[in-house]
Design a protein. Structure first.
Length: 358
């Protein structure tokens, strides 16, 4: 299997160029604006998905294999799930709007025979007139699992600490684990030999993902943080280009370096988007991110392989990527969006049906 790199901007992931030279050292100063690295201690015998940093390489691969098999069975063989969640309820506690995550989660729960219960910020007292502690205890006493989309990461940690059922992080300001699973599933699918029928289930992701390179071009946000704690663990190289004031937090970078040292993955950090390819507040951000838009010219000048691919978690902003790239045959953003359903389905099955990650 050829090993082309991949690249990701603000919310963007592209598979790129000839393999650059990387270094596991970083020279920029990273702010430490988060107090914790992993989840708060959960209640006994309850597993949560707060960050993929908490999962082993094997557990991540097993989730990907499960996602791929569900897609093949449900979409291509029209098989029933057997309704293992019949009579079960998953609460969707979303303090922020969502399109893909909400639709993917509700569809996944329905396929498993369960009942999704959407609880938006206008529906419950999430951290407003009632503490997160109280909310966690009350809601978890009535449902079988909670998918939570929050603001600050400490909110998802508090929910997990006091919940009596599994908590799934649907997005926090620090991590977005289910998005990265969809990214990895999509990269696995697109770098298999072309076939007239779905064939992703015939090859293990361990045969397609290690040795590839992802280049991130954008800010140090929750998507990049999730990549940093996940990709090096799987032996995937990561090249990061962020403006000086938008770098990932140091503790997350430290996790990436530690995982890279185990797997042999290569890491690179720069403020030059071209280097990453090769290897008001809004007004201020537009100025700071000038030159960080993904274009065909950027990929060409950076030396991208002929088979580079473009991914984006959506919704996409015009200043992040040109229409030429976003709607080109290289773009697999809508396949990636669909895969949110299958990866979320695998996570729900693991936590609510199998009662833990294997």
């Amino acid at each position: 299997v050829s090993r082309s790199p991949a690249f990701i901007s603000n919310k963007i992931c592209i598979n790129l160029a000839a393999k650059p030279s990387f270094s596991s050292q970083y020279s920029h100063h990273y702010s430490t604006n988060s107090a914790t690295t992993t989840t708060s201690s959960p209640q006994p015998n309850i597993q949560h998905l707060i960050t993929l940093a908490d999962l082993s390489q094997t557990q991540i691969y097993n989730l990907l294999v499960s996602s791929i098999n569900h897609k093949y069975n449900a979409k291509h063989l029209n098989k029933s799930s057997g309704a293992p969640l019949a009579g079960k309820t998953l609460a969707l506690m979303f303090s922020k709007r969502s399109t893909r995550t909400r639709v993917a989660t509700e569809a996944a729960v329905a396929y498993l025979g369960g009942q999704p219960m959407f609880l938006g910020s206008q529906d419950i007292q999430l951290g407003v007139n009632e503490s997160l502690l109280d909310t966690s205890k009350v809601v978890s006493s009535m449902v079988d699992g909670i998918m939570a989309r929050v603001g600050s990461h400490d909110e998802i940690e508090t929910l997990a600490k006091y919940s009596s059922v599994p908590i799934i992080n649907a997005l926090s300001d620090k991590y977005h684990p289910t998005q990265i699973l969809a990214d990895l599933m999509t990269l696995h699918e697109v770098y298999l030999p072309q076939s007239t029928s779905y064939n992703a289930h015939l090859t293990h992701p361990q045969g397609t993902l290690p040795g590839r390179t992802v280049a991130w071009i954008g800010d140090g946000n929750n998507i990049l943080h999730s990549m940093l704690v996940t990709l090096p663990k799987l032996g995937i190289n990561l090249s990061v280009a962020t403006p000086n004031d938008y770098q990932p937090i140091k503790e997350v970078v430290d996790i990436a370096i530690r995982e890279a040292s185990k797997s042999g993955a290569e890491l690179s950090f720069t403020t030059d988007p071209m280097e990453a390819v090769h290897q008001s507040e809004k007004a201020k951000r537009l100025q700071d991110f000038a030159g960080y838009q993904i274009t065909s010219e950027l990929a060409e000048k950076g030396g991208a392989n002929t088979d580079w691919k473009f991914l984006h978690c959506l919704p996409r902003k015009q200043e992040e990527v040109t229409d030429e790239v976003f709607y080109s045959p290289r773009s697999v953003v809508f396949q990636e969006a669909e895969n949110r359903k299958w990866t979320i389905l695998a996570v729900i099955e693991a936590l609510l049906v199998k009662k833990g990650f294997e």
